[in-house]
Ligand binder design. Structure first.
Ligand code: UDP
Ligand code: MG
Length: 327
């Protein structure tokens, strides 16, 4: 292809990076991503107006100031600043909403350099090869603790059983074409589980494999409690099968009922029980347990319906240097 022809087809890339209290890692992240993007711009792989878009998710540290300062000398960097912490998934959506106004392709990547930045170029190659979605897939879990590995495996297993078409070992490191993002943004559900929704969008998709590293600096913003909530959101937003899990939980309650039975028999042998006490206690505990669990699971779904009907805004943007720069 001739030089000018190529210049016409070169597309705009925006790299969306959610950041929550990432001041320790920010300087290195911005340096590495800038190098990659500069390289792709100078080799004419992406257009010269391609950008890096940081979404500061209500960081309590200096992250936003670092972004602002970086912009003074780095014209590739833009930023969105949330008024408070809205969470990783909403930060990603905000970045995609903003960038999809004019970007041809968007890549979402974590701020902590766990995802190999060298996969960015490979993803862009796949975009030009005609794919709308390119999933970054980790080819090992060596850097994870055995605990995280096994919980992740269980989680993917459950999701698969529930019939959710998820890409295993893929988090939120992916490229999406503009049309894929615009379609994705039509999913208005409040309980947002992006990696479950993206495959529902359809369009041609492929995978790029990479080795996931240790976090470059700082701590994980997904402690166990948040991780479990995230997994549960994923499961309960996509399937009603957990209601059937009452049966399994019912079995657990039956085991408790058996414990009560043993206790009741012992008490009976000691002559401490009145006629009918044992059967009464066992059925009372058994039915009570089953009913309580049933009510709580149904309550979870009612809670979700409650959230959906509210249609609250997903985020409130306080500053937006991305849009200003382009005006
Ligand atoms: N993050 C965010 N808002 C949050 C929590 C995390 O924007 O409330 C960002 C965080 O800055 C990082 C990405 O989401 O860029 C993934 O978080 P982290 O690396 O802490 O998760 P882990 O890799 O440990 O699962
Ligand atoms: Mg991380």
């Amino acid at each position: 292809m001739k030089e000018e022809e190529r210049a016409v087809v070169v597309k705009k890339l925006v790299i969306v990076i959610p950041a929550y209290n990432e001041e320790e890692v920010f300087p290195e992240t911005v340096k590495e991503i800038t190098e990659i993007l500069e390289g792709m711009i100078s080799s004419n792989k992406v257009s010269a107006d391609s950008k890096i878009l940081f979404v500061n998710d209500g960081s309590k540290d200096n992250t936003w100031n670092l972004i602002i300062n970086e912009q003074k000398n780095n014209e590739l960097v833009t930023g969105i600043n949330f008024s408070r912490n809205f969470g990783h998934q909403n930060a990603l959506v905000a970045g995609l909403v903003t960038a999809s106004k004019d970007a041809d392709m968007m890549i979402t990547i974590d701020a902590d350099l766990q995802d190999d930045v060298n996969a960015i170029e490979k993803m862009v190659d796949q975009y030009y090869a005609g794919f709308d979605v390119v999933y970054g897939v980790r080819d090992n879990r060596d850097t994870d603790t055995a605990f995280k590995r096994s919980t992740a495996l269980t989680f993917y297993g459950i999701m698969k059983k529930l019939g959710v078409d998820m890409v295993p070992n893929h988090a939120d490191y992916r490229l999406m074409s503009q049309r894929a993002v615009l379609e994705f943004l039509k999913f208005k559900e409040e309980n947002l589980f992006i990696r479950g929704i993206v495959p529902l969008v359809g369009f041609p998709s492929t995978k790029v494999y990479y080795a996931r590293k240790e976090r470059f600096a700082g701590e994980s913003k997904y402690p166990l409690k948040k991780m479990l909530k995230f997994a549960w959101d994923g499961i309960s937003s996509f399937s009603v099968v957990p209601i059937r899990a009452i049966m399994t939980l019912g079995v657990a309650v039956v085991i408790v009922a058996v414990g009560i039975l043993v206790y009741a028999v012992l008490e009976h042998a000691r002559g401490n029980t009145a006629q009918g006490w044992s059967s009464l206690m066992i059925s009372l505990w058994f039915l009570g347990g089953v009913q309580l669990i049933g009510i709580s699971v149904i309550g979870e779904y009612i809670g979700k319906i409650f959230n959906e009907v509210k249609h609250r805004p997903r985020f409130t943007i306080q500053d937006d240097t991305y849009t200003k720069v382009d005006k």
